[in-house]
Design a protein around this ligand. Structure first.
Ligand code: AHG
Ligand code: MN
Ligand code: MN
Ligand code: MN
Length: 324
């Protein structure tokens, strides 16, 4: 079995990018260790703080964020990091070539109930040398990502990674190494499985309501097949399922907060997951446009997300074109 860094080097990945991904995995391994100890390490529960997203921070949101920040900013290659859990980007080496954005702990409502969570990351290059430290450096569309991935902390810890040449998966071994376990992942084009938080149904746009109504109608409805539903409430686990056996995952626009076009964050969740899904042959959209084509205006920008099996996502988009 091939080691992560050896695999990347054998597939023409830039040496500095390999080094950065290795460093990122040092942080993720530490997070995995903390998670494994769980209540024994006193890491369950919430803090008294609220993050910039308006969410109460879990202890592990903060611990994971601190681990990633410390490890990354200590590396000469890193110009700066931006995180779901930080108000503003934090800068490191002024000569650093890379910017890293991350969701340190995705699915944090699942920590205390011992259900899968993950770390999602996106790597961008500093657009021009000589530009001063500023949030503007980060505001690049998802198409500019040089690598993206996540580590799912499930029954096993699995890294799903793309550097723009397909998606590969690596499993964390007891030796502390990430070993290649799935090469060139491909999302099936069609599916009979969907994932959406149905409790928000009354807040959705009519197009999304119609689309889901037709999924629920099963074989007797216009879609002509019986669908199965899953909702884990960890995007990272949902995307892993989609990459593994297909499906559509959506957290659509809803009317609860008109200022926010969805719950998920473009820079920490939408873009990296879109790159993985597209690199595996799937589709990732807002239901109106491709997520990676969005020019971000704010670092904490929200985005509506529908991603997964190509034909199913295209059908969901069609409902949005057809319904006024
Ligand atoms: P985070 O834990 O990083 O704040 O993200 C949680 C996200 C995502 O992982 C998941 O799909 C979604 O929130 C779940 O939201 P609901 O609780 O509204 O279902
Ligand atoms: Mn959060
Ligand atoms: Mn998240
Ligand atoms: Mn998070």
């Amino acid at each position: 079995m091939q080691l992560l860094s050896a695999y990347l080097k054998n597939h023409d990945t830039d040496n500095e990018l390999v080094e950065l991904i290795d460093i990122l995995m040092v942080a993720c391994k530490e997070i995995a260790l903390q998670l494994r100890e769980g209540a024994l390490a006193g890491i369950h529960g919430t803090t008294s703080d609220t993050n910039v997203q308006g969410e109460t921070q879990k202890k592990l949101d903060v611990i994971s964020n601190d681990i990633l920040k410390e490890v990354l900013l200590d590396n000469r290659l890193v110009r700066g990091v931006a995180s779901e859990e930080e108000d503003e980007p934090v800068f490191g080496n002024p000569e650093g070539r890379f910017l890293v954005t991350f969701d340190p702990l995705d699915g944090s409502s699942n920590i205390d109930v011992n259900v899968s969570v993950g770390t999602i990351f996106s790597i961008l290059e500093v657009p021009e040398t000589g530009t001063p430290d500023s949030v503007d450096l980060f505001l690049q569309p998802g198409r500019k990502q040089v690598a993206a991935g996540y580590v799912l902390y499930g029954p096993s810890a699995v890294l799903a990674l793309t550097t723009g040449h397909g998606v590969n998966m690596f499993t964390l071994a007891h030796t502390g190494d990430f070993l290649l376990t799935r090469e060139q992942v491909s999302v099936p084009e069609t599916t009979k499985e969907f994932a959406i938080n149905m409790s928000n149904q009354r807040h959705w746009e009519p197009a999304m309501r119609n689309y889901v109504d037709d999924l629920l109608a099963g074989a007797e409805g216009p879609r002509g097949k019986n669908y199965n539903m899953r909702w884990i409430a960890s995007m990272v686990a949902e995307v892993h399922r989609v990459l593994t056996r297909g499906g559509i995952f959506t957290y659509p626009w809803d009317s609860r907060d008109p200022k926010k076009p969805g719950k998920l964050r473009l820079m920490y969740e939408g873009n990296p997951m879109s790159m993985l899904i597209e690199q595996a042959g799937g589709l990732s959209t807002t239901c109106y446009q491709n997520i990676m084509d969005i020019q971000p205006a704010h670092i904490h920008q929200r985005v509506a997300v529908a991603l997964g099996s190509r034909e199913e996502v295209e059908t969901a988009m069609q409902y949005h074109q057809d319904t006024p």
